[in-house]
Design a protein around this ligand. Structure first.
Ligand code: ADP
Ligand code: MG
Ligand code: ZN
Length: 256
């Protein structure tokens, strides 16, 4: 039985879906987004990654994990800016999805057009409130997971993000290990000791060990070009602030 052009187009559109990867900071959301994107690329899908343009913490031209993996990405402040570009790809990955005001409408529109949309996002603020419009995406999604990090105070599973600099009232402030920590339910309410941005004084604190282990090694970065090119690895230095986590994996290995 031969397929008509219309039914072929319909079957392409049938693949549209939204996958959400939630979790607190340091839970591996960007790592998981990269894993899924690389996998789709291996399966010969063209892939586009979108990052929030104002988030240039680790890498200006790509998304980056806390342990320094990077992939190229296009920046935007509003997703609709990239509609025509995104329509040229099969799979659209969006990192830090909570920062985009039109995350729900854009993702749904793309999924309706047959795109696989993967969104990595903080589900909650450091005040345990829904972050921006991100929760509007949940009823529109095919799949939702919430990852956990390691509690930076007691080493248990951490499902929440806590702000260390709590004197100001700014809820949405971009930052990394210098401003935020991942914590469990109990440690969320324990007092924040380090208002001066210094590592905690707890001698068992993973945060302290990680921040003390600063080094200046070069990093591996991978490229997703889309259009069926294989994933390539190139060496490139990556800018990191003094407070960012460096050599995290080695430090984590020593800790456990
Ligand atoms: P996210 O995007 O959720 O902030 P990333 O994918 O960028 O997370 O980074 C995850 C990596 O962060 C882990 O693989 C680990 O090497 C590192 N890391 C640093 N601190 C922690 C922590 N407290 N819990 C888990 N992973 C951590
Ligand atoms: Mg991330
Ligand atoms: Zn804890």
């Amino acid at each position: 039985m031969s397929m008509t052009v219309a039914s072929c187009l319909n079957s392409q559109k049938d693949h549209g879906q939204i996958q959400i990867v939630f979790g607190p900071m340091f839970s591996g959301k960007t790592t998981e987004l990269m894993r899924r994107m690389k996998r789709y690329q291996i399966a010969n899908h063209s892939c586009l990654i979108i990052k929030y343009a104002k988030d240039t913490r680790y890498d200006e031209n790509g998304i980056a994990t806390h342990d320094r993996q990077t992939l190229p990405a296009v920046g935007a402040e509003v997703l609709s800016e990239l509609t025509s570009q995104a329509l040229q790809y099969d799979v659209i990955g969006i990192d830090e999805g909570q920062f985009f005001p039109d995350i729900a409408t854009f993702s749904d529109k793309m999924a309706q057009q047959g795109k696989i949309v993967i969104v990595a996002a903080l589900d909650g603020t450091y005040q345990k409130k829904g972050f921006g419009n991100i929760l509007d995406l949940v009823p529109l999604a095919e799949s939702v997971v919430k990852l956990s990090a390691v509690c930076m105070t007691c080493f248990k599973e951490a499902s929440f993000t806590k702000k260390m600099v709590s004197r100001d009232k700014v809820v949405i402030e971009i930052g990394g290990a210098d401003k935020y920590m991942s914590v469990c339910r109990q440690c969320f309410f324990s007092p924040v000791k380090n208002h001066d941005n210094k590592p905690t004084t707890n001698s068992r604190s993973p945060l302290r060990a990680l921040n003390n282990d600063l080094s200046s090694s070069s990093v591996q970065s991978s490229q997703i070009k889309g259009n069926k090119t294989p994933v390539k690895s190139v060496s490139s230095p990556m800018k990191m602030s003094q407070n960012a986590l460096v050599d995290v994996e080695n430090a984590v290995k020593r800790l456990f």
